[in-house]
Design a protein around this ligand. Structure first.
Ligand code: HEC
Length: 89
């Protein structure tokens, strides 16, 4: 009897752990995408995706923060896009 109870508690703790753990994880689809991919998929939704050479690193910092809010991107997504945009200068 005692062992069954312990196994039950163990299973419940495990399930809760998996739920909480997964909530903090970056979705697989975003984790596998490069900054260039995310830029191509997101930055031309409202206007032509700007060429990475258009702005300086500082200007990209400001513009990507501005567009993170407009495009409602996660920090993970915009950080990858930012690194990609800056790498071209
Ligand atoms: C939801 C629509 C939308 C998306 C998605 C979007 N933009 Fe924009 N973007 C705008 C609008 C609208 C403007 C014009 C400025 C304004 O009204 O804020 C703009 C202006 C800009 C500018 C001009 C400078 C500035 O900050 O205003 C740059 C650079 C830019 N976007 C880059 C990007 C990049 C890079 C992405 C991808 C991460 C992106 N945009 C995604 C709507 C969008």
């Amino acid at each position: 009897m005692k062992t069954t109870k312990h196994i039950c508690i163990g299973v419940i703790v495990l399930i809760i752990g998996v739920i909480i753990g997964n909530g903090c994880k970056v979705p697989e689809s975003i984790a596998n995408k490069s900054g260039a991919q995310l830029w191509g998929e997101n930055c031309n939704r409202c206007h032509n995706a700007p060429d990475p050479k258009t702005y300086s690193d500082d200007q990209w910092d400001a513009a990507t923060e501005h567009m993170r809010q407009k495009a409602i991107l996660t920090n993970t997504e915009i950080n990858k896009i930012r690194v990609f945009l800056k790498s071209a200068n």
